[in-house]
Design a protein around this ligand. Sequence first.
Ligand SMILES: NC(=O)c1ccc[n+]([C@@H]2O[C@H](COP(=O)([O-])OP(=O)(O)OC[C@H]3O[C@@H](n4cnc5c(N)ncnc54)[C@H](O)[C@@H]3O)[C@@H](O)[C@H]2O)c1
Ligand SMILES: [Zn+2]
Length: 356
Amino acid sequence: MSIARTINVELGDRSYPIIIGSGLLGGEFDLSTHIVGEDCLVVSNETIAPLYFGKLKDNLGDKTIESLNLPDGEAYKTTDTMHTILDKLVEIGANRDTTVVALGGGVVGDIVGFAAACYMRGVNFIQVPTTLLAQVDSSVGGKTGVNHAKGKNLVGAFYQPSVVVIDTDTLATLPDRELKAGLAEVIKYGAICDIDFFAWLEKNIAVLVNRDSEALASAIIRSCEVKAEVVAEDERESGRRAILNFGHTFAHAIEHCMGYGKWLHGEAVAAGMVMAAKLSAIDPGEVDRLCALIELAGLPVAPPKIAADQFLAAMSVDKKVMHKQLRFVLLKSLGDAFVTSSYNDDVLHKLLSASG
Ligand SMILES: NC(=O)c1ccc[n+]([C@@H]2O[C@H](COP(=O)([O-])OP(=O)(O)OC[C@H]3O[C@@H](n4cnc5c(N)ncnc54)[C@H](O)[C@@H]3O)[C@@H](O)[C@H]2O)c1
Ligand SMILES: [Zn+2]
């Protein structure tokens, strides 16, 4: 076991550590100290549990462990699935002292976190993310929730975990397509607020795609540092945190219009970031730089074919919409994002029409 780094998310009495390392699961790492009571429910899915549930059990000492496996896929990120978790908690007689552990990618983490937030108005919750996307983004920051038939992540709560445990070895079993999707969120951090990290990614993208473990660990650490810092500053997204949604207004519309699961979240974010960069008043050379990096990561730089009116309608249910006005995260320059409701409507329409 080797812990490469512990990063704290500073949120007063709800602060928590993100522990990043290799060989944590199934090793000497003691997670039982983070289980407040005597029992826990580990929620995973049918793909991940056979790979990692047995190892995770070894980290939980003599705690009483119940488990539940959800069906796999974004299509199951629904209130129905959340109910199966609530039903299980009732069935095992869980109380306020029960800890709920999410073992999996962003889908598992988001649903399980929401169930933990709701059960008895909130029980202790631990994130053990197993995809690159979940390790660099969704497991940190406390956004939990499920999709609604009308839009992505429309139902949810801010609910922070008490610890995030990132075992970088879990990436070894992650399919290539999922690894690349995670790289989209990594690139996002460089694009929105860290041009040096962006430049580092440009140099290291080939080794990252080839799963070099040191490079991946560095990318995860820097991504978690940025996310922790932004969340600490604005936990409930009343201001700066919204920059983390760079590309996401377009991305959520792409995911919604294509049907959840067809385009991976990270793939939609990649195309969405290019669209957002094109809507920004920046040097075209910087748009090209972003496109080049996204392409080298093996990710799409253009959206799929969606009729412009359908695209726009899907964007209008975005949570950033205020007073019926769309708001976008745009770039002042590469490495410097801001949120605005003033953008060039003609450019937006051209971007949407080009897709349909
Ligand atoms: N809460 C947030 O702040 C936040 C941020 C970004 C994304 N998200 C959400 O995260 C979700 C996407 O998460 P994701 O990309 O992790 O997808 P995912 O959870 O669907 O996982 C991707 C696939 O990989 C499998 N898998 C997971 N870990 C594995 C491993 N180690 N080895 C082999 N297979 C493995 C999963 O079973 C699944 O089939 C979206 O719903 C998105 O909205 C939330
Ligand atoms: Zn995202």
